[in-house]
Ligand binder design. Structure first.
Ligand SMILES: NC(=O)c1ccc[n+]([C@@H]2O[C@H](COP(=O)([O-])OP(=O)(O)OC[C@H]3O[C@@H](n4cnc5c(N)ncnc54)[C@H](OP(=O)(O)O)[C@@H]3O)[C@@H](O)[C@H]2O)c1
Length: 280
């Protein structure tokens, strides 16, 4: 992995999290070049990561220069910018360079149409725990991507989390469960802590209890994945007529299962809606 040349077009929160994983996973800083829009953020990111960062506002050709030698190009700008960036870099890319987008809602077809015919394109959907090395990433390979190239991208992104290769049709569902998922857990933490405060705990203690409980339960879920699913782990801690059982009965009485299903479905359908808006 160390010898691959990597370009990051845009180096905000998502590409920054990916970069941190790559550097800690053995990619050499001298093999990475990135761009940002502004000179201020280019300087800040260069200092932060110890890599070369070019600013588009200082040099109109910054994105093109950054991708020229790259084997893999991560596009980390906002969804509405991705097609324009593909058009901008298309003639500067090596024909075999793999273009990986981390943008929500932008389809393989949209990117392939904006690049030279035959350019390999991968669409990814990461989530923010990538920034602490515990992300989830969905990957869908375009029409011109070899198995070996998909594996290379999976290996690179695997430095910051779990990678799942899937069909593009499943990306919106993955967005609903995993892309937006960290926010559902933060929402749970928020309300568990608030309930603790209602019962007299200090906000600091209640916040610590919620965060540490969720982190511990998450570790248990992952550690037991091969032998017990979430429902079984829950049953194991719900003694008949005990405290946990009472809590679950209260959740069920409030149809929390339906609320969660509605939230996950709303995220997935918003992703599809943004894709339609980008087509207009
Ligand atoms: N954050 C999430 O939870 C999440 C989850 C999944 C997917 N994503 C996807 O990740 C993508 C990036 O999101 P983000 O939250 O990382 O955004 P962000 O923090 O705003 O970063 C955007 C980056 O793009 C740069 N940029 C803007 N225009 C550019 C141009 N013309 N040339 C080169 N660089 C340019 C910005 O530079 P400046 O700093 O100089 O403006 C900045 O470095 C989005 O498409 C989003 O859909 C995000």
């Amino acid at each position: 992995m160390g010898e691959r040349r990597i370009a990051m077009v845009g180096l905000g929160s998502m590409n920054g999290a990916i970069l941190a994983g790559l550097l800690s996973g053995g990619v050499a800083a001298e093999n990475v070049v990135a761009t940002s829009r502004s000179a201020v953020s280019a300087q800040q990111r260069a200092d932060q990561y110890g890599i070369r960062v070019l600013a588009q506002e200082e040099d109109d050709d910054a994105n093109k220069s950054a991708v020229a030698e790259a084997d893999v190009v991560f596009l980390g700008a906002k969804p509405h910018q991705i097609v324009g960036l593909c058009q901008q870099i298309r003639d500067a890319l090596k024909p075999e360079a793999v273009v990986v987008s981390v943008a929500a809602a932008v389809t393989l077809e949209m990117m392939e149409a904006a690049l030279r015919p035959g350019q390999p394109v991968v669409r990814s959907m990461p989530n923010t725990p990538l920034s602490v090395g515990a992300g989830v990433v969905g990957l869908a390979a375009g029409a011109h991507v070899s198995q070996q190239q998909t594996e290379m991208v999976a290996e690179l992104l695997g430095t910051s989390g779990a990678v799942h290769v899937l069909e593009e049709e499943q990306i919106d569902a993955l967005t609903g469960v995993a892309g937006s998922g960290p926010a559902y857990v933060f929402y749970l933490a928020e309300h568990m802590a608030a309930a603790g405060v209602e019962m007299g705990l200090s906000p600091e203690l209640a916040g610590d209890l919620a965060a540490q409980t969720i982190a511990g339960a998450g570790k248990m879920l992952v550690a037991n994945r091969a032998t017990a699913d979430a429902a079984e782990l829950r049953a194991n801690v719900s003694s008949p007529n005990g405290t946990t059982q009472r809590a679950i009965e209260a959740f069920d009485a409030h149809r929390m299962d339906q609320a969660i299903a509605a939230g996950v479905a709303a995220s997935a359908s918003r992703a599809a809606e943004i894709t339609e808006q980008l087509r207009d």
